[in-house]
Design a protein around this ligand. Structure first.
Ligand SMILES: NC(=O)c1ccc[n+]([C@@H]2O[C@H](COP(=O)([O-])OP(=O)(O)OC[C@H]3O[C@@H](n4cnc5c(N)ncnc54)[C@H](O)[C@@H]3O)[C@@H](O)[C@H]2O)c1
Length: 367
């Protein structure tokens, strides 16, 4: 067991740490500074996370730290990011009651993190939240940066708030119990960080996957990948807390990826899988526009395939794809903006001609 790494996220004049390591959940109380005045904690989680054995160690550690601990289980799946589920959480916090100085602890994937984070942002005008992400996607992305929220029938993440956690605890051992497809999905974001900011990630993945397809399940490798990915997200978030500028570069692969997710109903294609398809579009589009060297694009595409991610998009109604991309937060009055790569670790924002985007999507859909 190696010593955990602490990565600081200095935002709002108040820093918090992301702790990355192995076997750290059971000693959680030693790794994070809990709010001094907290007397009670509400642990928000889901059945698969409980069944995998990740919730009890967290609760035991919180009790050791002197907190009165209550568990609230929310439904599994994206459907939990719902106003009725949120209202139930608010009501149960009110009944306890959870005081302004108490703590919400999110133990689960991005769904639990977004929902519990938003409950914490809003209950009692805001209580502290500790994020304990248990999926690869949540560890490298969702749990860091303070974005929280729920979905409406009209769209995903339409209601939410920025609410930075008091700490984030990423124990890579919990990833061992993830369903295979969910774990592989998280690698979509990891490869994205490698392409957009930290090419060492690409190198590490290539080294371990050798010549052919391989599962990425070595805990030491996972720890290094999570650490590096968290470092990228933390640095970008700190520099630019509310989107725009640098933070937009984290959306490499997401413009088209979001459209694929939205048009397939958020269940057929997982987020990280959609990002993988979006990365391939961004890479090939970059080559077509003369922005991206072909060697960089080939390397990225090969790696996505090797770690087991899908790279061919489903055939979708093109007008609907454009309509969704135009609603993307990066779309400006001048058209749909894409993050492209000038090189490994170097991004640029471009508004490409729509005919070029269509040509690449045609090519991908037909392949
Ligand atoms: N806030 C942000 O910045 C941000 C960024 C990216 C994604 N998100 C959100 O994250 C959500 C997706 O998150 P996700 O991919 O983690 O999915 P998820 O939260 O639905 O988790 C996937 C499944 O794995 C289970 N699970 C979680 N940890 C487990 C473990 N260790 N062992 C066994 N099973 C486990 C969950 O119960 C669930 O069934 C989306 O709602 C998305 O909008 C938010």
């Amino acid at each position: 067991v190696s010593r955990p790494t602490r990565i600081g996220v200095p935002v709002n004049g108040r820093a918090y740490d992301v702790v990355v390591g192995s076997r750290i959940l059971e000693h959680l109380d030693e790794h994070v500074t809990l709010p001094a005045d907290a007397a009670r904690a509400v642990v928000v989680t889901q059945e698969p996370v409980i069944a995998a054995g990740h919730v009890e160690p967290v609760e035991d550690a919180l009790r050791r730290a002197g907190l009165d601990v209550h568990r609230r289980e929310v439904p599994d799946g994206e459907g939990a990011k719902d106003v009725d589920v949120l209202a139930d959480l608010w009501a149960s916090c009110a009944e306890l009651p959870l005081a302004r100085t108490d703590l919400v602890v999110a133990v689960g994937g991005g769904v639990v993190g977004d929902l519990a984070g938003f409950a914490a942002a809003t209950f009692n005008r805001g209580v502290a939240v500790l994020q304990v992400p248990t999926t690869l996607l949540a560890q490298v992305d969702a749990a860091i940066g303070g974005k929280t929220g729920i979905n409406l029938a009209q769209g995903k993440n339409l209601v939410g708030a920025f609410h930075q956690p008091v700490g984030v605890v990423c124990d890579v051992d919990v990833l061992a119990t993830l369903p295979g497809r969910v774990r592989t999905e998280g690698l979509g974001e990891v490869v994205k960080y490698g392409l957009s900011h930290d090419p060492t990630i690409l190198h590490l993945l290539e080294e371990r996957t050798g010549g052919g397809a391989a599962r990425v399940d070595d805990p030491l490798l996972l720890e290094e990948l999570v650490r590096r990915s968290v470092a990228v997200k933390a640095a970008v978030v700190a520099a630019d807390e509310r989107e725009g500028g640098q933070r937009a570069f984290l959306n490499l692969g997401h413009t088209y990826g979001h459209a694929i997710e939205a048009l397939t109903g958020y269940d057929l294609v997982l987020h990280g899988e959609a990002v993988s398809m979006g990365l391939v579009l961004a890479l090939r589009l970059g080559v077509r526009l003369g922005a991206t060297p072909a060697t960089v694009a080939d390397r990225g595409e090969r790696l996505l395939e090797r770690v087991g991610l899908p790279i061919r998009p489903p055939t979708l109604d093109r007008a609907a794809v454009w309509a969704t991309m135009r609603r993307d937060k990066k779309a400006g009055r001048d058209g749909v903006r894409f993050v492209l790569l000038e090189d490994e670790g170097r991004c640029v924002l471009r508004v490409p001609p729509e005919v070029d985007v269509d040509a690449v999507i045609d090519e991908l859909e037909r392949s």
